[in-house]
Design a protein around this ligand. Structure first.
Ligand code: SF4
Length: 918
C-alpha cells in the first residue's frame, strides 16, 4: 500500500479507497459481502457511501470513455442523423411560426436585439435602464441589455438575488448575474449595495432559514462560481420589531411521517397521504386554537390576529401533488382549499357528471350511461343507494330505469322530467333546471358550491353553443363535451376565489415567487429532481443539442445498443439541476412570514431510520436537522382519516347558496380584423380569438398566396418608394444588395421560392405603373405601416396598423393592401374592416374628408367603403358593443354566411354545409 502520510485530496480519493480496500475486498462487494462495513468505511474516508461515490463518478467515467474509447460507427452515424433532424425541425418550426405570424418570447427578444443593433440611434438613447429580478436573466436578454446600454452610454441599475434564481428552464444563468456583479465591483466597489434586511419574516422563521441555508451553501450558492450565502437580517431598529415577535402560531416545524420499516413496504404515495393528513391537522389545530399571525388591523397598523384558513399556503414542487392534497384536505378533512392555476375544467367531477347526465337522458336504455348517471351526485341518490341499485340490476338483469321507477319514484319522475325538457328544449335546458332548483348544488358541501355552480354554468354555456351551432341532440351534445375532454383541451375551470375568501391556497413554488403568506407549508420534500426521465430515449440537451441513450433496434447486436450521450448530458446537468433545486427550496421557505412548515414523506431503512433520495430537499433537511447533534426529527406515525370539520358539513336543504358573480366585461382592445370577424360570424371569432384555433383561409387551389407571402409583400411595400425602376433594388438576392441582411430570416425562404417571388414581383410592378401608385408617390405626408390606438368616447380602444396613409389637400386617403383575390372574399368582412379604419381615422383626423379603400395587389383593383348609409354614432356604439360581445359572447354562428365562409374547413357547421347536410 502506498504511504498516505497526509489526508488525501479530492483527486486522490479514488486511489486512496482502492489502496485501502484492495481489489480482493472490492471483489467481495459484488457478492454483497462486507457491504455494511465497507460502506461505513467509505463514508468515513470519503464522506460518501459507496453507491453515492460511484454514482457521482459514473458520468465522469462515461464522459472519459466517450472521449477516449472507440465508439461504434453506428453511434456517430446516429448522432449526425439526429443533428440533421433537429436542424430541419428547427427550420420547420421557424417556418410554421412565420406562416402563422407567431413570435415566441425568445423571438421577441432577438428581434428587439436586431433592431437595437441595426439602428445606430438606439444604443445609449436611454439614460437609465432598470432591471428587476436580474437573477432570472438569460444570455439573450443580457445581450439586449448590453446593446441598449453600451459602455459609457447610460446607467444600468440591476436588482436581483442569486439565491432566488429558479428559471433554468428558460436558460437563466447564475453566471450572468455574477459576471455583472464582478464587473460592477471592479469598476466601483460602492456601486454594489447589499439588501439583506427583510421586513417579511419573524425572527424565528428567519433564524431557521439562515441556519438551514447557511449549511446548504456553506461552500457557496453555486459550486462553479464563488458566491457566499447572504444571510437574512432583521430590521431590529424598528420600534414595532419586538411586538412583531409576539404572534403565537408555531414558527417552525418539520413534519415527516415515516413508513413502517422493512419487510413492510408502504408505497411512497401512501406515506405522502399521511404527510398531507398531518399537515391538514396542523392547519386545523392552528385555526381552531386561535393561534395568531401578524397582519394589518385595516387602518394601516399591524398587530397579531387569529389565523384563518386563507393565511395558509401549501407550496408543492409540481401540480401532480394536487390530487393527494384534494383527497385529504377537501374530501377527508373538509378544509376549504383553493388550487392556484385551477384544475382542468373538463377533468372536474361535476363537468363529467353533467356529460353523464346528458348521455343517460339521450338513451336511458344504455346501462353504462344510466349506471354512471345514478352513481353521480346529480341523480339525487346517496352513493350506497345507487350502488345497491346497480348491483341488483346486474344480478337479476332488470333494467335500471324500471328499477329506479319502482324503488325511487321521486327521483325517477325527476329524471323523466329532465329528459322531456332535454328532448323539447335542447341539452342546456336540463342542466339549467338542475342549477335553478339547487338539486345539484345541495348534493355537495357548502363551500364547494360556488365552484360547482360556476362550472355547471359554463357547461350550460357550452351546451347552448352546441345548440346554436349543431342542434338539439342530447347525445350529440354529450359527444361534443366528451370530445373536448378526450382531446385534453386545456380549459381552466371557472375562477371562484375572492380576495377575502377563507380558503387555504395551494400552488407551485414557481407560482408563489414574489408572494408571501403568514404560514407556508413546503411539501414534497421527498421528491428528487431529475435530469432526464427514466426510459426516455431522446434527450433535448442544452449541451449536446439532442442526444439518444440507445441505438435503434436492428442497428447493432442485441445487448450493444447503449450509447453514452445520455450519461454525458447527465454529467453536465446533474450539478446545475441540484443547485437550482436548492434555490427553489430557498424561494419556498422565504415566502413565510410567521410560520414555516417543512413536510415530506420518508420510507425507512432496515435500521428504521428515515431514508431520503439523493439530492432531494428531504436529504438537505435531514442533513441539516442532524448537523447539530440532535439527530433527525422524530418520525410521526401515519394518522387515520379524521372526522370532517363541522364547518364544512353539508348544508341543510333550503340553505342560501352564494353563487359567484356572472362573468362579463369587455375586451381590453379590439383590432380591425377581430371586429370584422366578429361581425362576419361570432362563431368564427370564438374559434380564432377565444379558443386560439389556427383557422386558415381556404384559397382556390390555383391561387398563390398565404400569410407568408402577405408578410413579404408588406415588408417590401413599407420600404419601396413605389417607383417601377427601383423595385429591382429591393431584391435581397441580387449581388451586393445588402438587403438580405435586413429581410427577416423567416421571410427569406418565401423570397427564395420562385413560385411565390415571381408572381409577387409581377403584381408589384403592375401596381407601380398604376394611377394609384402615382397618387401615393405624390401625396403629402405619406406614411406606411402606421400603428394606431384610438380610444372612443364610450371607452372602447381601437387598435391596428394602417398600411398606407397620405393627404391630398383637405382629404386623407387610406389604403389597406390585400394579397388574396378580393372577389374570393366575402364583401361583408372587408366592409366591416374598412368602416373600422374609417372610424379610427375620423377620430384621429377630425371631420376632414376621408377616402378609404382596399387594394388587391393580385387583381390590381380597389374596393372603396360601400355606399350603404351608416351613422358614425351607430358605428361607434357597434364597436363598443363588439368589445362586450367579444369578451362575453354570445358566439352564435352566422349561418347565412356559411356558403361564403373562407374558414368552412375548420368549422363543424362549415363542414356540414360542404357535405350538403345544412
Ligand atoms: S362555416 Fe358558418 S358557422 Fe362556421 S365559421 Fe363560417 S360562417 Fe361561421
Amino acid at each position: 500500500m502506498e504511504a498516505w502520510d497526509e489526508e488525501p485530496g479530492d483527486e486522490d480519493l479514488p486511489r486512496f479507497v482502492m489502496d485501502l480496500l484492495g481489489e480482493s475486498l472490492l471483489g467481495k462487494l459484488s457478492g454483497g459481502k462486507c457491504k455494511e462495513d465497507v460502506n461505513g468505511l467509505a463514508l468515513t474516508v470519503t464522506g460518501q457511501g459507496l453507491k453515492e461515490y460511484r454514482d457521482d463518478r459514473k458520468a465522469w467515467s462515461a464522459a472519459a470513455r466517450w472521449i477516449t474509447g472507440d465508439r461504434p460507427p453506428q453511434e456517430t452515424e446516429m448522432r449526425a442523423l439526429l443533428l440533421k433532424v433537429i436542424a430541419l425541425s428547427w427550420e420547420l418550426f421557424r417556418a410554421a411560426k412565420s406562416a402563422s405570424g407567431t413570435l415566441s418570447f425568445d423571438d421577441m427578444i432577438s428581434r428587439a436585439l436586431q433592431v437595437v443593433t441595426a439602428e445606430s440611434s438606439l444604443p445609449g438613447r436611454f439614460l437609465h435602464v432598470i432591471v428587476d429580478e436580474f437573477q432570472d436573466t438569460n444570455a439573450l436578454q443580457d445581450d439586449l441589455l448590453s446593446a441598449l446600454v453600451p459602455e459609457g452610454g447610460g446607467s444600468l441599475f440591476l436588482v436581483g438575488d442569486l439565491q432566488q434564481s429558479i428559471y433554468r428552464f428558460r436558460h437563466a444563468e447564475p453566471a450572468i448575474f455574477l459576471k455583472r456583479v464582478m464587473e460592477a465591483f471592479q469598476s466601483d466597489p460602492d456601486s454594489l449595495v447589499n439588501l439583506d434586511v427583510t421586513f417579511r419574516s419573524r425572527q424565528a422563521v428567519m433564524d431557521a432559514v439562515n441556519s438551514l441555508f447557511g449549511r446548504v451553501w456553506r461552500e457557496g450558492v453555486t459550486k462553479a462560481l464563488e458566491s457566499g450565502f447572504s444571510r437574512l437580517a432583521p430590521p431590529e431598529s424598528r420600534d414595532w420589531w419586538p411586538k412583531r415577535q409576539e404572534t403565537t402560531v408555531k414558527p417552525f416545524e418539520i413534519v415527516i411521517p415515516a413508513g413502517e420499516a422493512p419487510p413492510a413496504k408502504p408505497r411512497v404515495s401512501e406515506i405522502r397521504l399521511s404527510a398531507m393528513r398531518l399537515l391538514a391537522d396542523r392547519i386545523v389545530e392552528a385555526v381552531d386554537s386561535g393561534a395568531t399571525v401578524w397582519d394589518t388591523d385595516g387602518e394601516g397598523s399591524f398587530a397579531p390576529r387569529p389565523a384563518r384558513f386563507r393565511d395558509f399556503a401549501v407550496l408543492v414542487p409540481s401540480r401532480t401533488f394536487y390530487d393527494q392534497i384534494e383527497q385529504v384536505f377537501i374530501d377527508e378533512r373538509g378544509i376549504p382549499t383553493y388550487f392556484e392555476g385551477n384544475r382542468n375544467y373538463f377533468g372536474r367531477g361535476e363537468v363529467r357528471d353533467a356529460v353523464r347526465l346528458l348521455e343517460a337522458l339521450a338513451d336511458p336504455g344504455d346501462p353504462l350511461a344510466m349506471a354512471s348517471f345514478l352513481a353521480s351526485p346529480l341523480s339525487g341518490l346517496a352513493p350506497g343507494v345507487s350502488a345497491r341499485l346497480i348491483a341488483r340490476s346486474r344480478s337479476d338483469g332488470s333494467d335500471l330505469p324500471s328499477l329506479l321507477a319502482q324503488e325511487h319514484p321521486l327521483e325517477a319522475s325527476r329524471f323523466e322530467r329532465l329528459r322531456r325538457e332535454g328532448l323539447a328544449a335542447g341539452p342546456s335546458r336540463p342542466l339549467a333546471t338542475l342549477l335553478e332548483d339547487d338539486s345539484a348544488l345541495l348534493s355537495c358541501e357548502g363551500w364547494k358550491r360556488p365552484r360547482v355552480a360556476a362550472n355547471l354554468r359554463r357547461a350550460i354555456d357550452l351546451a347552448r353553443e352546441y345548440e346554436a351551432g349543431l342542434g338539439m341532440s342530447l347525445g350529440g351534445c354529450a359527444d361534443y363535451l366528451r370530445d373536448m375532454t378526450r382531446r385534453g383541451i386545456e380549459t381552466r375551470e371557472a375562477d371562484t376565489l375572492g380576495e377575502d375568501d377563507d380558503m387555504v391556497r395551494v400552488m407551485t413554488v414557481h407560482a408563489a415567487k414574489g408572494l408571501e403568506f403568514p404560514v407556508v407549508a413546503v411539501t414534497g420534500l421527498e421528491l428528487a429532481p431529475r435530469t432526464r426521465k427514466q426510459g426516455v430515449r431522446l434527450v433535448v440537451s442544452p449541451h449536446l443539442g439532442i442526444a439518444a441513450t440507445a441505438l435503434p433496434e436492428g442497428w447493432v447486436e442485441v445487448g450493444e445498443r447503449e450509447v453514452l450521450a445520455g450519461a454525458i448530458h447527465d454529467l453536465f446537468e446533474n450539478r446545475e439541476t441540484w443547485e437550482e433545486n436548492q434555490r427553489l427550496l430557498y424561494v419556498a421557505c422565504t415566502r413565510a412570514r410567521d410560520s414555516l412548515i417543512l413536510c415530506g414523506a420518508s420510507p425507512r431503512t432496515e435500521e428504521g431510520e428515515l431514508r431520503s433520495k439523493r439530492h432531494s430537499w428531504l436529504e438537505t433537511v435531514l442533513d441539516w436537522a442532524g448537523s447539530d447533534g440532535s439527530g433527525p426529527p422524530e418520525p410521526e406515525p401515519p394518522t387515520e382519516g379524521a372526522a370532517r370539520r363541522g364547518k364544512a358539513a353539508p348544508a341543510t336543504k333550503g340553505e342560501r347558496v352564494d353563487l359567484p358573480p356572472e362573468e362579463g366585461g369587455t375586451l381590453e382592445r379590439i383590432s380591425a380584423t377581430a371586429y370584422a370577424l366578429l361581425k362576419f360570424c361570432p362563431f368564427a371569432f370564438r374559434m380564432r380569438h377565444r379558443q386560439g384555433l389556427d383557422i386558415s383561409w381556404e384559397m382556390p387551389s390555383d391561387d398563390v398566396g398565404g400569410a407568408d407571402l402577405g408578410s413579404l409583400a408588406h415588408w417590401l411595400l413599407r420600404r419601396w418608394d413605389l417607383r417601377p425602376e427601383t423595385l429591382s433594388l429591393y431584391d435581397p438576392l441580387r449581388d451586393g444588395a445588402g438587403l438580405g441582411e435586413l429581410l427577416p430570416a423567416d421571410l427569406r425562404p418565401v423570397w427564395a421560392d420562385p413560385a411565390k417571388r415571381v408572381p409577387l414581383m409581377g403584381w408589384l410592378e403592375r401596381f407601380a405603373s398604376s394611377p394609384l401608385a402615382e397618387r401615393i408617390r405624390n401625396g403629402e405626408d405619406t406614411r406606411k405601416e402606421v400603428p394606431f390606438r384610438v380610444r372612443l368616447d364610450n371607452g372602447a380602444l381601437m387598435v391596428g396598423v394602417i398600411d398606407v396613409i397620405w393627404r391630398e389637400g383637405e382629404k386623407t386617403c387610406i389604403r389597406d393592401y390585400k394579397i388574396g383575390r378580393i372577389e374570393n372574399a366575402p364583401r361583408e368582412l372587408y366592409r366591416s374592416q374598412l368602416l373600422f379604419y374609417a372610424l379610427a381615422a375620423r377620430k384621429h383626423f377630425g371631420g376632414s374628408p376621408l377616402e378609404l379603400a382596399l387594394l388587391s395587389l393580385k387583381e390590381n383593383r380597389e374596393i372603396p367603403v360601400g355606399k350603404d348609409p351608416f351613422s358614425w354614432e351607430d358605428l361607434e356604439e357597434d364597436v363598443a358593443s363588439a368589445t362586450r360581445q367579444g369578451a362575453a359572447g354570445p358566439f352564435e354562428p352566422s349561418r347565412k354566411m356559411c356558403p361564403l365562409c373562407p374558414w368552412k374547413g375548420e368549422c363543424v357547421l362549415g363542414r356540414e354545409w360542404t357535405k350538403g347536410a345544412l
